[in-house]
Ligand binder design. Structure first.
Ligand SMILES: NC(=O)c1ccc[n+]([C@@H]2O[C@H](COP(=O)([O-])OP(=O)(O)OC[C@H]3O[C@@H](n4cnc5c(N)ncnc54)[C@H](OP(=O)(O)O)[C@@H]3O)[C@@H](O)[C@H]2O)c1
Length: 301
């Protein structure tokens, strides 16, 4: 019996984060340390062997862009430790992107946002956990609202100059904050919340990033309004109809729509479920029509 080879992450095409080429279909590690909602105290730890198997399978399927953070942990599991255990020695083409700014204490309670002089310690924490001597890409996760990021981003630019970090990105930012950061040091990616149902301004920011040659890396692509709780709500009718028309799942429609928003858009769907992983990677081969793209772009709750 013939079995067809699985679709790999290469089907989504590639993008360069600075000098690092990645498949546009990536993986987010936030869902691995626990079951249910992430980043809360008391979360039930996820299955360790399953998490390690998902990470290894992701890489087997061609994923070479993994998003993580030192603050992705539950009482017994740390995303960075799982990545290290599953994947080190790391493949040459693997790009691990981490983020700093937020922090949680040892029991999982949120700490105040890091001050600029605390960012070096957060970078070093990621280095220790991942077993690396420099980080490929570090995002400054904004916790300052619409205020200036200059001091924080300037501190990261110094770590880049010192060789601890290769490339910088920003997360949870406005277009003005992106411009402010770009005046300090090159920015290779913007990681913001973005999914079907986004506002006009959010759609425009995706386009702006493309115009500037900056990767746009959305989170909650599948979860949408469920945010941290995950894919919990009912799917909008156009997503269901388009999924039916293509014989795919709503999650795959969400991922395909997002990838088709521009060649600079990279997705990082998060899952601890091996079947979901395979389905998500396969979505890189799904092509929506222009009409389907427009219907989904104009959909609002
Ligand atoms: N910069 C930031 O502030 C920020 C914030 C949040 C997240 N992130 C990053 O972005 C990544 C993506 O965010 P996310 O993981 O929260 O959201 P997501 O990828 O939009 O959705 C993940 C949720 O959808 C479920 N799911 C995944 N694949 C599915 C499928 N094929 N069918 C049905 N359900 C599916 C997951 O549960 P199962 O495990 O059951 O599949 C999980 O509940 C994170 O992993 C993290 O690396 C960054």
């Amino acid at each position: 019996m013939m079995t067809s080879a699985p679709v790999t992450a290469a089907a989504a095409g590639t993008w360069k984060l600075g000098d690092l080429t990645v498949n546009r279909m990536g993986f987010g590690a936030m869902r691995l340390p626990q079951t249910g909602r992430a980043l809360v105290t008391g979360a039930i730890p996820g299955d360790r062997d399953r998490a390690i198997a998902v990470l290894r399978r992701a890489v087997e399927l061609g994923v070479n862009h993994i998003d993580t953070a030192a603050f992705y942990f539950s009482s017994l599991r740390s995303a960075n430790e799982l990545i290290n255990t599953a994947l080190a020695p790391y493949p040459d083409d693997l790009v691990i992107v981490t983020k700093v700014g937020p922090g949680r204490d040892a029991s999982g309670e949120w700490l105040p946002a890091a001050k600029p002089d605390q960012l070096r310690g957060q970078v070093e924490e990621n280095l220790r956990q991942l077993g690396l001597d420099h980080l490929d890409v570090v995002n400054l996760r904004n916790l300052l609202g619409s205020g200036s990021l200059a001091e924080h981003f300037g501190a990261l630019a110094e770590l880049r100059d010192a060789g601890l970090v290769r490339h910088l990105g920003v997360s949870g930012v406005t277009p003005e904050q992106l411009a402010e950061a770009q005046a300090i040091a090159p920015v290779v990616c913007v990681q913001n919340r973005y999914s079907i149902g986004a506002s006009r301004q959010e759609h425009e920011f995706v386009t702006t990033c493309g115009d500037e040659g900056v990767a746009f890396v959305p989170f909650f692509t599948i979860a949408g309004p469920g945010r941290g709780a995950g894919a919990v709500g009912a799917e909008p009718e156009p997503v269901l109809a388009i999924a039916r028309a293509h014989g795919t799942t709503p999650a795959q429609v969400r991922l395909a729509w997002t990838l088709q928003r521009g060649p600079h858009v990279l997705v990082i769907p998060g899952t601890s479920n091996p079947e979901h992983l395979a389905g998500n990677v396969a979505a890189g081969a799904l092509r929506l029509t222009e009409d389907e793209m427009t219907r989904l772009e104009s959909w609002h709750a």
